[in-house]
Ligand binder design. Sequence first.
Ligand code: AR6
Length: 177
Amino acid sequence: MNKINVIQGDITKIPAEAIVNAANSSLFGGGGVDGAIHRAGGSLILDECREIRNRQGNCNTGCAVITGAGNLPAKYVIHAVGPHWRGGKHQEAELLKSAYLSCFKLISEYQITSVSFPNISTGIYHFPKQLAAEISLATIIDSLGENDTIETVNLVCYEKENQDIYSLLINNGLAKG
Ligand code: AR6
């Protein structure tokens, strides 16, 4: 039985088989949750990101790659690149959905049983929080229906506002596709 948990906290402190990072295309780290994950995980993660870049170049917006998790309480980090919000007419919604779907492709491939997601794109990339939560929740619920291995999905909100948005959506069954 799949379970979605909405948790307020620091994603680097919550054990899960995979932790999703809100990365950028360079995969070289940055601020926000990306900075927190690289700081807590140690240099091994950046080394693997560098290898991936050498192999395949940038990770495009809407795509994701997977590395080990270094010192984090996890086995994998899935680095997903969400869109930078530029007013809403630049395929931001589709690209955010694609970032979550790319994570689920890797979750299936690596037969991952538990995963924690941050609120991708809603910080430094300024994606509106309500719309982002609707897209992520709908995409996650759809993906859970097509995935045999995943048992637990943690929606880890650093900000209480995001936690409240998710809780309301789940309680009211308002997730939109
Ligand atoms: N645990 C959980 N969530 C967190 C944490 C944490 N430790 N820290 C921040 N958040 P952001 P983006 C939340 O800015 O908008 C980086 O420089 C934060 O409150 O981390 O996708 C990358 O390298 C927000 O709700 O990611 C990119 O250049 C959410 O994580 C760029 O930022 C996402 O905020 C990506 O921007």
